[in-house]
Design a protein around this ligand. Structure first.
Ligand code: G6P
Length: 610
């Protein structure tokens, strides 16, 4: 969702801004723009609907702004369609801004400002911020204009601001939406995410909610919401530039799928001590675990699907009741949650607005909170009582792949420790389970090595307009994720069903040659799943089965089979390799349809609005 960049330094500002916006493309966007102070201290703005290629063309036609101080933006439309005029930056009076987030009271602010004589050019909520800043700007005091404006805004925002009178300053402020300040040598950056400035500096400070920063020729100056100067800790990013590059792969998604054996191992290594998972380092002790009566897993999208795998594992091993909640529902359903409950929030970005709100609600109700988050410096990571920092590295493709795998690896390890702490398994079993999980990176690699078969399955789906995924237990959890991946990047209509549930309505949609991708890896319920396959086969379905190597299906039940070699790993862990095959099927289907799998239409990677 919207990306923000800002720069002050000796380099060519337009180049730095465009480069930063390119790194933020993964967030999802439909238009882009930049505003740069030029030599005569006037601001030149270039913006357009469409992707950065359209921006580049426009820069060639209109001339590239030349200067050393400016702001830029990729917009994911909320208020007002994607269009040139609705694209950011927005200027009004003496102020130019870029905004990520939603101004909830924009309508009443707009009315107030219209009464004061302001004219609005766009349909966006963001333009009111530019007008309000101008309204409060007096006596050449930008900081006061910002503090007064922030008092009036409701909703979420990360703002980059230029004041016409100060051609060598970039201001920024945030509440709810992420904003990082890059600290270089004689140059400074504001960016929505670290990869955008990694090429220039690894040093950064996190702007917290209700903080303001001013970049000028003397560096970065931080203020609280009242305009009082504050000190900020400068941190150093652990991510490398290469991690945020394609490194020879045609797409980030493919690269990230291939990284899974390594990042899963890395994440397991970071949690396991002496052959068993140990969470004492993050403050989760066995005593504490014994005090939990219930577990909630709260998340969105793929992270929520990882939560479903986690639920099955925790309930199976630790006999502790778990509910998985969609964060946007959880936050408004007045959940019965409080002391004695553990709320696990799962999020790749650590910025998802609904997940963050779910976490905050759980905290106010007295539950203990544990975050499983891939971005260490994110809001969720910092707000939760405890945090498992997954080690997937930067995930750039919008469709989540490696983040899902490290999330479920972490949830398995929690399940083992919960089972041990609650006295359900002994140390020997704890060690055995951990050793089993250590076998998954190899199984994941074996699944990835089946790329050409996945590509062949994708080729069989080339004319498909609708399809179904079915499975039971862990296979059902996988079906949900396989279906989501396919929908996200191929735009094929797809639904996932618990295999036994299909006949309660949805089977009416099965017609001749409708593909049904069946995930059938779980031995103890294989026969039941096969019966469900027969039911759809009898109605003409084209069945594609993903199963353990050597699984036999009678007669002509299965049209296409992908056998995966899991070695001797327990059924419980096969979601790790199996999901890779599902990801690859989605990836190749997307490519075969001529889509860009890294940047699917309408989607944003980091959803910072509700
Ligand atoms: C967006 C992304 C999904 C992601 C979900 C949750 O919808 O497009 O890929 O699963 O947000 O994101 P999170 O960062 O909280 O895991």
């Amino acid at each position: 969702m919207c990306g923000i960049v800002g720069y002050l330094g000796r380099r060519d500002c337009t180049d730095v801004l465009m480069d930063g916006l390119e790194k933020l493309e993964y967030r999802g966007y439909d238009s882009a723009g930049i505003a740069v102070f030029e030599e005569n201290n006037s601001i030149k703005t270039v913006k357009t609907r469409g992707k950065l290629t359209a921006m580049k063309e426009k820069l060639t036609v209109e001339g590239k702004p030349l200067g050393h101080c400016g702001i830029g933006h990729t917009r994911w439309a909320t208020h007002g369609e994607p269009s040139d005029v609705n694209s950011h930056p927005h200027s009004n009076g003496r102020v130019t801004i870029v905004h990520n987030g939603i101004i909830e009271n924009y309508a009443e602010l707009k009315e107030f400002l219209t009464d004061k004589g302001y004219k609005f050019l766009s349909q966006t909520d963001s333009e009111v911020v530019a007008c309000l800043l101008d309204y409060y700007y007096s006596e050449r005091n930008p900081l006061r204009a910002i503090t007064e404006t922030l008092k009036e805004l409701r909703g979420s925002y990360a703002l980059g601001i230029l004041f016409k009178d100060f051609p060598d300053r970039v201001y920024a402020a945030r509440r709810g939406s992420p904003l990082i300040v890059g600290v270089g040598e004689d140059e400074s950056f504001i960016e929505s995410d670290i990869p955008a400035f990694l090429k220039y500096t690894k040093n950064y400070a996190i702007l917290e909610d209700d903080e303001i920063v001013c970049l000028d020729n003397n560096g970065e100056h931080f203020f609280d919401v009242h305009g009082t100067p504050i000190q900020k800790e400068i941190q150093t990013a652990e991510w490398d530039v290469e991690q945020a590059q394609k490194c020879g792969y045609p797409h980030f998604m493919l690269k990230e799928i291939h990284e899974q054996p390594e990042v899963v191992k890395k994440t397991i290594d970071s949690i396991v001590k002496d052959g068993v998972p140990d969470f004492s380092g993050i403050g989760l002790t066995d005593d504490m675990i014994r005090g939990f009566h219930r577990v909630f897993i709260v998340a969105c999208g793929t992270a929520m699907h990882a939560g479903i795998v986690g639920r099955y594992a925790i309930e199976k091993l630790a006999r502790l009741p778990v509910t998985v909640e969609i964060a946007s529902e959880f936050r408004y359903m007045d959940p019965i949650v409080g002391e004695g409950d553990l709320v696990i929030v799962v999020s790749q970005s650590g910025e998802t607005a609904d997940t963050k709100a779910g976490l905050e609600l759980a905290k106010t109700r007295g539950a203990k909170t544990l975050a499983i988050v891939n971005v260490k410096y994110s809001a969720i990571a910092r707000e939760a009582d405890m945090c498992i920092n997954t080690l997937a590295g930067p995930e750039i493709a919008v469709a989540s792949t490696k983040a899902y795998s490290v999330q479920i690896a972490s949830l398995y390890l929690l399940a083992f420790r919960f089972a041990y702490a609650r006295g359900i398994i002994l140390e020997d079993e704890l060690k055995r389970l951990t050793a089993q999980l250590y076998k998954t990176p190899k199984a994941i690699q074996d699944a990835i090595d089946q790329s050409s078969q996945c590509q062949f399955i994708a080729s069989q789906l080339i004319n498909t307009e609708t399809l179904f995924f079915i499975g039971r237990g862990f296979d059902y959890a996988l079906s949900l994720e396989g279906s989501l991946k396919l929908k996200e990047i191929t735009y094929i209509h797809s639904e996932a069903y618990a295999a036994g549930e299909l006949k309660h309505g949805t089977i009416s949609l099965i017609e001749q040659n409708i593909p049904v991708i069946t995930v059938a890896t779980q031995k103890h319920i294989l026969e039941k799943t096969i019966s469900n396959m027969e039911e759809v086969k009898a109605r003409g379905a084209y069945i594609i089965a993903l199963c353990r190597k050597g699984t036999a299906f009678a007669g002509k039940t299965v049209d296409l089979k992908l056998e995966l070699d899991f070695g001797d790993i327990d059924d419980m862990f096969v979601p790790l390799p199996t999901v890779c095959a599902l990801q690859l099927i989605a990836y190749y289907s997307s490519v075969l349809r001529g889509n860009d799998p890294d940047k699917p239409r309408n989607l944003a990677k980091s959803v910072t609005t509700e």
